[in-house]
Design a protein around this ligand. Structure first.
Ligand code: ZN
Length: 137
């Protein structure tokens, strides 16, 4: 399924909008649950798969930045291995109503994604290609 067509419209809804009528089905029951997700460069743990959330109806989105680079971004409720840097900006925000800040790996400084924040919500949009799954031991 291609995700590009609709996400910006769907995003007009709240991430956990009751309008969808869908109960929050936890991802825990799905395959890969509990896998740690680490920085691809230094292997510091960034988050884990149970933090995956859907924003605007999907967990993963493809976006293009103003320079034409395409990013495959997954949404996470929490990402303790990231540090947000710089000032929050609403310029070219992929999620309407959300300001973003760049997020770097706390271990090595690699750019891993963005922190998105609105008046009443916050999530992490992480670049899927820059995370690797690390099995729990
Ligand atoms: Zn790193």
């Amino acid at each position: 399924m291609r995700g590009m067509e609709a996400p910006l419209l769907l995003l007009q809804q709240r991430p956990s909008s009751p309008a969808t009528g869908e109960p929050r089905t936890d991802d825990q029951a799905r395959e890969g649950a509990g896998a740690r997700l680490a920085c691809h460069r230094c292997l510091s743990v960034v988050t884990d798969s149970s933090q995956r959330i859907a924003v605007g109806g999907a967990h993963a989105h493809r976006f293009v930045n103003p320079h034409g680079f395409e990013f495959h971004v997954g949404c996470f409720a929490d990402a303790g291995g990231c540090v947000a840097v710089g000032e929050a900006s609403t310029y070219w925000s992929w999620f309407p109503g959300f300001a973003w800040q760049i997020e770097l790996c706390a271990g090595c400084g690699e750019h891993l994604g963005w922190l998105f924040r609105s008046a009443d919500a916050l999530f992490h949009g992480l670049i899927v290609d820059r995370l690797v799954e690390v099995a729990m031991d």
